[in-house]
Design a protein around this ligand. Structure first.
Ligand SMILES: *[C@@H]1O[C@H](CO)[C@@H](O)[C@H](O)[C@H]1NC(C)=O
Ligand SMILES: *[C@@H]1O[C@H](CO)[C@@H](O)[C@H](O)[C@H]1NC(C)=O
Length: 661
């Protein structure tokens, strides 16, 4: 009960909406009014921005002007933040002219001509066809809201997608499998034909102004935009008199055009403004978030699994405490007794348990980066829960985590230096340099290789050269010096004191049973932590690869806490068994035990790739696994460090309470 209340509290925190007293820059409401009354505080032009196009069938996004649509001067595009640039967003102005409260019917935009046999025309048409066959989706933005395409699903529900198809293809096979976007209109049925969506109906809902909300800016004929819905369609226009009520679709044969044949594509649009005062401006995102399939999943199933995990963890913790208590009581009793029996169990390895590991430098470096990733995730999630990183604030999540990662160089340097020093390391310069460059270098290297592929594909996902320079200068200009500062303080501090002395000569480790051998232990270690994150993982992957918005940060924060708990507990438990079996090589093993969760993450991503995505081409597959590897590596650092520090704390604790002569 208490648990349910607690989590619903976090949920509410996560779903908090901005109230009128507090707006982030760029997220304040925009007042609109009709042309006659427009002033500085209320605009009459409703600007439509277009974003890059993407699809579930490929990982490669393309800019709007990559396709042969009607374009306009793109020189004054909105400024994008680092996160948006890295995610491949390219927001550009469009030629659609919309005026507040002015209905438009079948307004022509531009005409594109294609003639058979002309090289340029063939190339343009080919790109359009490829886009339609892979089901590339438009992403339009009006008033900082996505323009949504709502269509009914089978179960009487409506799904509002934040993108809409540029067209569709009815495939030319004996058993024509009509694509989802073609199936919406029974007229799109001729096999081997593309239907290009050259007409859009925009339905703009607004909330009319009220004196209390607007203050001095109040206008009789004003309002705030609540939602913009689009219905795309394919219409074969008469070029002289475009008629948008025509039922005849624009058909483009899948085969190359016959010689002498021409196709004219006239793009048109209609706009309708409707008033609806029942929806508040502050809850205008709800209809999009509610239609996302997340809410379909019963909250209770997630909650139940969380409860089970917590229950299990509680049991583990209780068993450990009781067993340990008994052990310690027996050890200390034996010492006080006259007839000293032979030592047994984990106490036996007290002279070796703090013996420095092999490859201590690498371990210290990985732990430093792990700490960096840990605090980055924690702080980003906390911000996200408070609503700072809402979907309205595009790219903010990514920007926030990158900036945090750079700033958190200091704790990374400090932790790495202290651990390295406690291993008796003296090469402090290499330690700092490795901490600042090893893990970021792996991530950047992967990112750079993928960028080369995207460049080659002429994709909008390719980060411009200037952004690469910016990332490098953040890394070497800010993160590196901050790591040095942290390492300076880390090395200046006295070395970590261990509770027991280490013997000169290492003990022989007895033969281990199959359960206490390193590899089975490590493989088992990741199961429980993975078990409690995989439901969330599904939604996160959907938001990364299937255009769905992720907004359940409250839940994610909870899951993050549970991940910390389960990682720590499983590592401590396994660590205890290994010490009881007189195997004292715990440093690397504790890191790898919980770090193995990342391997399960990788397997899950492969499973997702095979079952959920319809990616066929090599470049997309390469990119998918590239991004996945970055994610898996960061997750490995995160979980590995959690396990290590939990185990480190535990071992220091238990050896400080037993008496050793
Ligand atoms: C625009 O069209 C809608 C729906 O047909 C109608 O309710 C509204 O009054 C129209 N607005 C204007 C300014 O004509
Ligand atoms: C306004 O929107 C609400 C919620 O979508 C709907 O139930 C209601 O019928 C709409 N009102 C008008 C006047 O269209």
């Amino acid at each position: 009960m208490i648990f349910t209340k607690f989590s619903s509290l976090i949920l509410i925190l996560g779903l908090i909406h901005f109230n009128t007293a507090f707006y982030l820059p760029g997220l304040a409401p925009q007042n609109y009014c009709n042309q006659q009354e427009s002033t500085k505080s209320c605009k009459s032009d409703v600007t439509l921005y277009v974003n890059r196009l993407n699809t579930e069938e490929s990982v490669i996004p393309y800019e709007y002007h990559h396709f042969d649509f009607c374009t306009t001067d793109e020189s004054n595009s909105p400024v994008e933040n680092l996160g948006q640039v890295i995610f491949g967003h390219r927001i550009r102005p469009s030629p659609y002219k919309i005026t507040f409260m002015k209905n438009e019917t079948c307004k022509p935009l531009c005409t594109k001509y294609y003639t058979a046999g002309e090289a340029d025309s063939d190339r343009r048409l080919m790109i359009m066809k490829k886009g339609m066959s892979l089901n590339y989706q438009h992403h339009w933005i009006i008033d900082n809201m996505p323009v949504t395409w709502c269509y009914p699903l089978q179960n009487d529900r409506q799904y509002c997608s934040t993108g809409f198809s540029m067209g569709c293809l009815v495939r030319n096979s004996k058993n024509p499998e009509v694509e989802e976007s073609c199936a919406l209109n029974p007229a799109y049925n001729r096999p081997g034909t593309y239907y290009l969506f050259n007409h859009v109906d925009l339905l703009i809902t607004y909330h009319s102004g009220a004196k209390e909300e607007w203050g001095n800016a109040f206008k009789q004929n004003g309002g705030r935009i609540i939602s913009v819905k689009v219905t795309p369609s394919s219409i074969h226009h008469d070029p002289k008199a475009p008629d948008c009520t025509s039922q005849q679709p624009l058909e483009i044969p899948a085969k190359p055009l016959e010689p002498g044949k021409k196709i004219d594509v006239l793009y048109t649009y209609s706009v309708k403004f409707v008033q609806n005062n029942t929806i508040k401006w502050s809850s205008r995102w709800d209809y999009i978030l509610e239609s996302m399939p997340h809410t379909n999943i019963q909250w209770f199933s997630i909650l139940n699994s969380l409860v089970i995990v917590l229950f299990l963890s509680g049991m583990v913790a209780m068993i450990m405490l009781r067993t340990l208590h008994k052990d310690i009581a027996r050890y200390n009793q034996m010492d006080s007794g006259e007839d000293a029996q032979e030592e047994f169990g984990w106490k036996l390895v007290h002279g070796d348990v703090f013996r420095s590991p092999r490859k201590g430098m690498l371990l210290a470096v990985l732990l430093g980066s792990g700490v960096q990733v840990f605090f980055m995730s924690l702080i980003t999630l906390a911000f996200a829960c408070l609503g700072f990183l809402s979907p309205a604030n595009r790219g903010a999540l990514m920007t926030c985590s990158m900036v945090l990662f750079v700033i958190l160089g200091t704790p990374a340097g400090y932790v790495s230096a202290r651990i390295y020093k406690s291993f008796g390391g003296v090469k402090w310069k290499s330690n700092v340099l490795m901490t600042a460059t090893f893990s970021p270098g792996i991530v950047f290297g992967l990112f750079f290789v993928m960028n080369l592929v995207l460049w080659h594909e002429d994709s909008s996902g390719a980060v411009p050269f200037s952004t690469l320079v910016a990332i490098l200068s953040l890394w070497f200009g800010v993160s590196l010096p901050l790591t040095f500062v942290g390492a300076y303080f880390g090395f200046r501090k006295r070395s970590l004191e261990h509770p027991v002395r280490t013997n000169q000569i290492p003990r022989q480790i007895p033969d281990q049973s199959i359960y206490t051998q390193p590899i089975p232990g490590i493989i088992m270690g990741g199961v429980l932590p993975f078990g409690c994150i995989f439901i969330q993982l599904f939604f996160i992957l959907n938001s990364l690869w299937s255009n769905q918005m992720y907004y359940m940060f409250g839940f994610l924060f909870l899951v993050f806490l549970i991940l910390i708990i389960t990682c720590s507990e499983t590592t401590i438990l396994l660590c205890y068994f290994h010490l009881c079996a007189e195997d004292y090589h715990w440093w690397w093993r504790s890191f790898l035990t919980s770090g193995f969760t990342a391997v399960y993450l990788f397997i899950y991503c492969c499973h997702y790739f095979v079952t959920k995505l319809q990616i066929n081409d090599a470049a997309s597959t390469f990119l998918y696994f590239g991004y996945t590897l970055i994610m898996v590596f960061l997750f490995f650092l995160l979980t590995g460090s959690i396990g290590f520090f939990a185990c480190f704390w535990f071992i220091r604790k238990i050896y400080s309470v037993v008496k050793v002569d």
